[in-house]
Design a protein around this ligand. Structure first.
Ligand code: ZN
Length: 124
């Protein structure tokens, strides 16, 4: 990463989040590009800032692919501290893997607005 879209997004993310912290939209658990449908089982109601972090961190991976990715990349929260903090609020990789295996706790986590005041935006 370190690509320009991420840098541009990062430049004003704190201000955007503070103006409209509760905005939500929908995420496809199995991406449409991989045959995912609009059924309720395949959709997550997700805070838009968490949604952006999800795709910066995980691209178009499915939940099962994300679990494998996290098992291979346990340092991801240290490598991407702000993205991780916005999406998962400092929860450990192993606890996030537990959550990814329990779709109802995942639904709750991603629908909740980020805890903006707990994030150290200087860390990038
Ligand atoms: Zn999405």
């Amino acid at each position: 990463m370190g690509s320009r879209p991420l840098e541009r997004w990062y430049a004003n993310i704190e201000g955007r989040m503070r103006r409209k912290p509760n905005k939500v939209n929908r995420h496809h658990l199995v991406p449409r590009t991989k045959g995912g449908t609009k059924s309720r089982d395949n959709l997550l109601r997700i805070n838009i800032y968490k949604h952006e972090c999800w795709h910066f961190l995980f691209k178009q991976k499915t939940v099962d692919e994300i679990i494998v990715f996290l098992e291979k990349n346990p340092l991801l929260p240290k490598q991407r501290p702000v993205l991780w903090a916005i999406l998962f609020e400092g929860i450990s990789v192993s606890d996030v893997i537990v959550m990814l295996n329990d779709i109802e706790s995942l639904r709750w986590m991603v629908a909740t607005p980020p805890d903006i005041d707990s994030i150290d935006f200087e860390k990038y």
